[in-house]
Design a protein around this ligand. Structure first.
Ligand code: SF4
Ligand code: SF4
Length: 352
């Protein structure tokens, strides 16, 4: 079995923004359930011993934790490349200076749109856009590489050329244009977010035309217009692991959406045992678990049957072929959802 390459450290579900496409679970972990600084330091040491090379410090908003500098230092001291995935609105010069001193290597800054008014409508936080611009400037002045993340959907795709221009203006070395993935809050807002086929085709054309310059552009295509699924996470339990704010160890950041599955918790299990021996990580490893039509399919070890979370969300059974595959008996669920996507009203992310 391979070692995991990367650890997604979901430090908290708290966030000043309320994005309707957030991939956090519909039931958010409260701060009282969060792992301590010492527990995270131990997790980073275990991850490095397991073979992980890098960690993504994420959330929610990771800088909402008062100990984010100590956590970053612990990840760095464990020998991990540290990437901060942030909305940027809490990142001031003082904090960034302390993060750099702690060993931070890279910043991924999320934006909701290039148009400030629409960005703040989507994110649900007035004043956020200007604070993000300031955060980008601070990151560049600190000499850190900057990636801009833009999650795109029906209500911001019309501004994609401006989003690409903004990423260049803000000094990004890389732009990730990611179509929304529909689990967590995004699934609850699917009708307001799904793009039309015409929007998707135009977005793909715009991204292709913008590529080739100094700024790298990565493009994550949507599943709902697809004929074959993506190799989600490079295969379940193959390259990636995540630790949720409450200590659950997950093969994918969305895996808690699969209700009924029991995941190991770092307070009761080592990372090594969770990765190698837990029932949850072994449940969908390899190809033996696959149903027809995946079983025997020439793409079985290419796309690994697609996304288990999407199979569960759409069919109620995580062991089904991802409906994004045209060979799935459930493929029509996607066109049904596209036909039903007729509202622009958001249900904002919130603690219940
Ligand atoms: S998607 Fe939005 S609400 Fe969710 S963690 Fe990121 S910035 Fe916060
Ligand atoms: S049948 Fe399964 S393995 Fe084959 S292309 Fe579809 S999802 Fe992939």
């Amino acid at each position: 079995m391979n070692a995991p390459l990367a650890l997604l450290a979901e430090l908290t579900h708290r966030c000043p923004l309320r994005c309707p496409y957030c991939s956090n679970p519909a039931v958010l972990a409260r701060s009282s359930a969060e792992l301590t600084t010492a527990e995270w330091a131990d997790i980073f040491a275990q991850a490095a011993a397991l073979g992980c090379l890098q960690t993504h410090l994420s959330g929610g908003e990771p800088t909402a934790r008062r100990d984010i500098v100590e956590i970053t230092a612990a990840a760095h001291q464990a020998g991990l490349y540290t990437n901060l995935i942030t909305a940027g609105v809490l990142l001031d010069a003082s904090l960034l200076k302390r993060l750099v001193a702690a060993g931070l290597d890279h910043v991924q800054l999320s934006i909701q749109d290039a148009d400030a008014a629409n960005a703040e409508k989507i994110g649900g936080m007035p004043g956020a856009h200007a604070r993000k611009q300031q955060a980008a400037q601070l990151v560049r002045e600190a000499g850190l590489p900057l990636t801009i993340n833009a999650v795109v959907h029906r209500q911001n795709l019309h501004n994609l050329p401006a989003i690409i221009a903004l990423a260049r203006d803000w000094g990004a070395a890389r732009l990730e244009v990611a179509h929304t993935q529909y689990y967590g809050w995004a699934l609850a807002n699917r009708d307001a977010l799904l793009p039309t086929r015409a929007q998707l085709d135009e977005a793909t054309r715009i991204v292709d035309a913008a590529r080739g310059g100094a700024m790298r552009i990565d493009y994550v295509v949507p599943d709902y217009h697809a004929h074959r699924p993506k190799p989600c996470m490079g295969g379940w339990g193959a390259r990636f692991l995540a630790v949720a704010p409450n200590g659950d160890v997950l093969p994918c950041h969305a895996a808690q959406s699969i209700t009924g599955m029991v995941f190991p918790n770092i307070r009761k299990s080592s990372l090594h045992d969770a990765w190698h021996d837990s029932a949850a990580f072994n449940r969908f490893r390899g190809t033996a678990w696959m149903p027809p039509p995946c079983q025997g399919c020439e793409r079985a070890e290419i796309d690994w049957g697609g996304c288990r979370c999407q199979a569960f969300a759409l069919t109620g059974d995580a062991a089904n072929t991802d409906p994004a595959c045209a060979l799935s008996p459930h493929h029509a669920l996607l066109s049904d959802a596209l036909a039903a996507a007729a509202t622009n009203a958001f249900r904002y992310r919130e603690f219940s």
